[in-house]
Design a protein. Structure first.
Length: 429
């Protein structure tokens, strides 16, 4: 059953909410894309821009999943750090992968301005803060990123961090000029409109329920219609079901949570005095930003439980007040969750399953830039324009471990939380 958007800040501030029709007739296209999140949208748009006829098939609404519910941070990088990437690939390929992630940020920025997408409200600046004294370490990191990638980050001493975020728990910070934050749902709908304008089919309420491959063609079966395509690209994210067994076994759906406060008025400035989005460096740490003038959109926590905890708002609120005790009386207007798709290696899974069958999944908690570049490298591979997709080959469809994998992921997260707490108590040691 197709579902409407869940209640989020983004849904409440949609610029346009005109549904796209269900696909109810047989069609033939060059590329059919399964899933209308940002991975599917970027893939379909990059293909359409190369003159390919596309059909984007979404079970519910465009960006109904993680892409329309997330924190809205757009920054370079992946869900895992360069050190981990270098364990699987050589240093040159690791750097090339990082540069692709930077290109992803630029793609999003370019789309917003070239397509003049309304209600996206891109706001520059990401402030990364740490909860222990790590001054020299983060200066070294800043210098390395500037030298290797030309990424400009400004070091902030504790007093400077305190001037922007009046939290007793923060020490130093890095201010990233190139990152920004935005309204991901309005952005996604802008991409969908452009795909339609370029002659692509955008279908909502259209689940792909089976795929058959005959004589070099692939057929995506949707209720009451068939989509014949030269290429099919799987982009189901954390909502990928049993449609393709090789994908289903290769990812873990991980839930993460966001809350929206009431309007805070002058109280806001007693806690946050920057327009930049803020994130701490804990594993699955806190990330938050100001929206709607004086509300805080606060994200954090992960769990392998797919159903929302009953006390979701209370859990997140405790986290926020632990960071800013001055917000102790603040009320929560709304809280929601979304599913991310994580591979064991924590990198996106972008590649080819068989001739004409592709996948772009596993973006984890770092999907705004990585889904953009995924769409581009898949479109380039399909149209024979280049093989940058090969850089993702070493991060394949390893088995994610099923139920045991879920339990292991939860245990790893708890272990990370304990390590973070230890590091903060012992000031970085
Ligand atoms: C709460 C939250 C906060 C986050 N914050 C950030 C952030 O600040 N910055 C950042 O970079 N990343 C963030 N992320 C991660 C980011 O949102 C995801 O990595 C990214 O949106 C994944 O995009 P996707 O297209 O792969 O998946 P999704 O957006 O989940 O889209 C998948 C779509 O596929 C559809 N689908 C699945 N199966 C079928 C089928 N058989 N037929 C048709 N349709 C199908 C689903 O209905 C869904 O709409 C966050 C994620 C969450 C949940």
């Amino acid at each position: 059953m197709a579902a409407d958007y869940i209640d989020t800040y983004y849904r409440r501030s949609l610029v346009a909410n005109q549904p796209y029709p269900v696909l109810a007739r047989d069609v033939a296209v060059d590329v059919a894309v399964v899933g209308g999140g940002l991975a599917g949208l970027s893939t379909a748009l990059e293909c359409a821009r190369r003159g390919l006829k596309v059909a984007l098939l979404e079970r519910h609404r465009i960006a109904w999943g993680a892409s329309g519910r997330n924190g809205g941070f757009v920054t370079a990088g992946y869900a895992t750090g360069l050190e981990t990437i270098r364990r699987r690939v050589n240093a040159a390929d690791a750097d090339a992968l990082y540069r692709l992630s930077m290109e992803g940020v630029e793609m999003v920025r370019d789309n917003i301005s070239a397509l003049d997408i309304k209600g996206v409200d891109p706001t520059p600046g990401i402030l990364r803060v740490i909860r222990y004294d790590g001054g020299d370490g983060i200066k070294a990191y800043r210098d390395e990123m500037a030298r290797r990638f030309g990424e400009e980050m400004r070091y902030l001493a504790r007093e400077e961090v305190q001037a922007l975020t009046a939290s007793p728990v923060y020490h130093q910070g890095l201010y990233e000029e190139s990152g920004f934050h935005f309204h991901p749902l309005n952005y996604a709908l802008g991409l969908a409109a452009e795909i339609a304008r370029l002659g692509g089919i955008v279908a909502e309420g259209t689940p792909v329920i089976g795929i058959e491959s005959i004589g070099g063609k692939h057929i995506a079966q949707v209720p009451g219609a068939r989509v014949t395509a030269r290429h099919i690209v799987h982009c189901g994210g954390g909502y990928t079901d049993g449609l393709e067994r090789r994908l289903r076994r290769a990812y873990l759906p991980i839930a993460t949570y966001v809350l929206l406060t009431e309007k805070l008025g002058p109280l806001l400035k007693e806690a946050i005095r920057t327009e930049a989005a803020i994130a701490d460096d804990r594993r699955a740490g806190d990330y938050y930003r100001v929206v709607d003038g004086d509300r805080i959109l606060w994200g954090g926590r992960i769990t392998t439980r797919v159903a929302d905890p009953a006390d979701l708002a209370t859990l997140l609120r405790r986290q926020m007040v632990g960071t800013y005790p001055q917000l102790g009386e603040v009320k929560v207007d709304l809280a929601w969750s979304g599913l991310m798709s994580y591979a064991r290696h924590l990198m996106p899974q972008i590649g080819r399953l068989d001739a004409g069958l592709w996948h772009a999944t596993g973006f984890g908690g770092h999907g705004m830039n990585t889904t953009a570049i995924a769409g581009r490298v898949v479109a380039q591979a399909i149209s024979g324009e280049g093989d940058r997709i090969r850089l993702y080959e070493p991060f394949g469809l390893d088995w994610a471990g099923g139920h045991i994998g879920r339990a292991a992921a939860q245990l790893t997260y708890w272990a990370y939380q304990a390590m973070d707490a230890w590091r903060e108590r012992h000031n970085g040691r």
